[in-house]
Design a protein around this ligand. Sequence first.
Ligand code: ZN
Length: 311
Amino acid sequence: MLGGMNMRRLLPLFLIAPVFVLAGFGISKPGAGEKVRVLIIDGQNNHNWKDTTPFLKAQLEKTGRFEVAVATTPPRGAKPEDWAGFKPDFGACDVVLSNYNGPKWEPAAVREAFEKFLADGGGLVNVHAANNAHKGWDGFEKATGLLWRGNADGARLYLDQVGKVMRMEKGEGPGAGHGPQHEYLVKIRDGEHPITKGLPTEWLHTKDELYHGQRGPAEDMEILATALSAKDKRGTGVHEPMLWWIPVGKGKAVTNVLGHVGGGDVPHMPAMKCVGFLTLTARACEWAATGEVTIPVLDNFPTKDKVSLVE
Ligand code: ZN
């Protein structure tokens, strides 16, 4: 069910009418002064989506660049008839922010509509466990590139000591995993990309999971940021991709695997409160929707020595 519909119902008709007119002519990019329309999709996740969706929505809206609607899937174990009412309106958004980790969206028409949305120029931004989702949905797996899958399920990319991207084919090496949560340095690998331009080359991310051994089709990926998966943190000893993007038709799919919530002795939601995580996520949404980034790097961005969290 579309939470965002409530908000739209309250808007005067003259404001919503152009949305539907434009939707009839395919995707029209928002300009610099117009809000980027984000649709967060949640409803299933082994992380607390009921807390993180309102938090992400508020943080995105705080930038002044976005208007955010929410579409919620039926709960885990839902039957086909429960999914029949799931009809996210991709025509009314510029970018989908997935906070969803569950089986493939149903019915198939939703998946087809989403693939068409991307092919026509729409954006996808996955955060954290969103890349664990949709096992067996080729369109999503191709757009996401690397996913939380076993080593038999696809290739793996990592960076060697001189920053060269290395490819390990399926069946070799580790599958997806992570060690205990800890603080770690995020290393920007392309400082000229609009999402990462102006960020410190290395900055300290707060306590979080560090995904390693992610698997998938791993085609056409540009890796924007990595982190060293340290052996003494039960990691792989190499730099693992943290942020990347893939062109999909005229659209763009960005995946940011930072942002675990819950578990262990970690206080509530710190990894999503990291100014670094939030800056990357907001800029990824803006860029995937418009091809440009206007959201600035704020003075409270983390440094190489100091983590930085929003209140
Ligand atoms: Zn997690």
